[in-house]
Design a protein around this ligand. Structure first.
Ligand code: GDP
Length: 463
């Protein structure tokens, strides 16, 4: 990993590789302008004014041959993404075109950037803090409008501001406590315990407010994995298709995991849901039947929640009972669904009780969009997303931040107990010091090399 002390000049493709109108190669570091000059036409080599897009021809620095036309923008330090000199080259998109530009930049003296290195540099140069750096990755990965909005708020610094304010409150109280400790023999009045208790509880409520929303916030960032299980022909595929059809968002396929299950991305009121499709196995032979069961087991093992589908239009059979028993084994939260509610009812809630399913099942009809509306609502309730759109957007979405805020709250609890127990000021200070340290880690002030490596290695190259 690069350090802040001796930055070299790095380059990487900043856009996705594939057929596209344009692709961007980003160059950052003290030699960025020199690299750019070596690969652009002589005509424009002299002038790349700061923050102006200039149309140039790109040339191979080895033989001088021109290979593309591009818009080049130079952003002088510190007013750039990394706070270093940055040149962005917008060339033709497409794998070969963008690679040719990158190769030219490397031949002209840049080194290939590590994953996340541009953002790491922005962090090391103090342009953004660690919360904001992580928000960059979240923005790029955000699958829904709400995930994006939450990431944008963090990138804008709202969470950073809250964390900094909580830390400042702790430091202020610590300073008062320590003045009392250091000068206890002199004239400094002893710490006002009642005031210390009030101050501690003020920081606590700030943290608690953030923590209260954090579980919902994590839903926006990591989403949930949903398994749809049920015996053959109850309508699993039809329901999945109906859910996808009624989706307000543009549906994209999530590339399957290493497994052979299909995965679909669903936007449930802004909460990203990855549906693991266990259907798709057709036929009546034992081998295919057992493959279906194996798939269901894999899906259940990976799922956060499951939909257990029954056919309301026929009586329960052994296969239904077997699937219900299997779901119970995995202990995932389950929503029972009585599909084909348009048919005369042969199975109802009463019949499901015998399978150990309490509470009403959701009636659905997979044949039309209206028939799955109650399912969307019930599913949202089950995953704890309830009225996510109606409520304040959670500021905390990242598990690391949530854990640190919890730890800070626990440290403050220790201080509050010391106040309540009338312990000396240095006992009160212990918890506050702990809180200051973990809050500093969240924003990256006290971040260790390991923590930074852990965060940035998850970025892709070019970010
Ligand atoms: P899977 O094997 O569980 O995935 O079931 P499918 O989705 O393939 O559906 C099995 C059959 O039931 C198909 O012929 C569907 O058209 C039909 N079906 C699915 N959902 C409904 C429903 O809500 N009402 C009715 N009447 N038929 C349905």
């Amino acid at each position: 990993m690069a350090t802040a002390t001796a930055p070299d000049t790095i380059a990487a493709i900043a856009t996705a590789l594939g057929p596209a109108g344009i692709g961007v190669v980003r160059v950052s570091g003290p030699g960025a302008l020199a690299v750019a000059r070596r690969i652009i036409s002589d005509g424009s080599a002299g002038g790349l004014p700061d923050r102006v897009a200039t149309l140039v021809l790109l040339r191979d620095p080895h033989d001088g041959s021109f290979f593309d036309q591009a818009l080049v923008t130079y952003m002088a330090a510190p007013r750039s993404y990394t706070a270093e000199d940055v040149v962005e080259i917008s060339c033709h998109g497409g794998i070969a075109a963008v690679r040719a530009t990158l190769a030219a930049a490397l031949a002209a003296g840049a080194r290939l950037a590590e994953p996340g290195e541009f953002t790491l540099r922005a962090f090391l140069n103090g342009r953004i803090d660690l919360i904001q750096a992580e928000a960059v990755a979240d923005m790029v990965a955000a699958p829904t409008d709400l995930s994006l909005k939450a990431a944008r708020e963090q990138l804008g610094g709202r969470l950073s501001g809250e964390v900094a304010a909580a830390r400042a409150q702790c430091l202020k109280l610590l300073a008062r406590l320590e003045a009392g400790i250091d000068f206890s023999e002199d004239d400094v009045p002893p710490v006002d315990r009642r005031q210390a208790a009030v101050d501690l509880s003020a920081v606590r409520s700030r943290l608690d407010h953030l923590l209260d929303q954090a579980d919902r916030g994590r839903l926006l960032r990591t989403g949930v994995r949903l398994a749809i299980v049920g015996s053959p022909n109850v309508g699993k595929s039809s329901l999945l298709n109906a859910l996808l059809r009624s989706d307000r968002a543009i549906v994209t396929d999530v590339p399957g995991t290493t497994r052979d299950t299909l995965e679909e991305q669903l936007d449930l009121e802004g909460i990203p849901v990855v549906v693991v499709d266990t259907a798709g196995v057709r036929g009546t032979t034992d081998a295919i039947e057992s493959e279906g069961i194996a798939r269901s087991r894999r899906a259940l093992a990976e799922a956060d929640v499951a939909l257990l589908i029954f056919d309301a239009g026929r009586e329960l059979n052994d296969a239904d009972r077997a699937v219900a028993a299997m779901v119970r084994e995995y202990g995932v939260p389950v929503l029972a669904v009585l599909n084909k509610s348009d048919l005369p009812e042969k199975t109802g809630d009463g019949d499901l009780t015998a399978l150990g399913i309490d509470g009403p099942a959701v009636p659905t009809c997979a044949l039309n969009d209206a028939g799955v509306a109650p399912l969307r609502t019930a599913l949202l309730e089950l995953i704890g997303g309830g009225d996510i759109r109606a409520n304040e957007l959670p500021l905390v979405t990242n598990e690391r931040h949530q854990e640190a805020l919890r730890a800070a709250a626990a440290h403050l609890e220790g201080s509050a107990t010391a106040v309540a127990d009338d312990l000396p000021a240095d006992f009160i200070a212990i918890g506050l010091h702990g809180a200051v340290r973990v809050l500093g880690e969240v924003a990256g002030e006290d971040a260790t090399e390991d923590l930074l490596a852990n965060i940035f290695e998850r970025f892709c190259i070019g970010k």
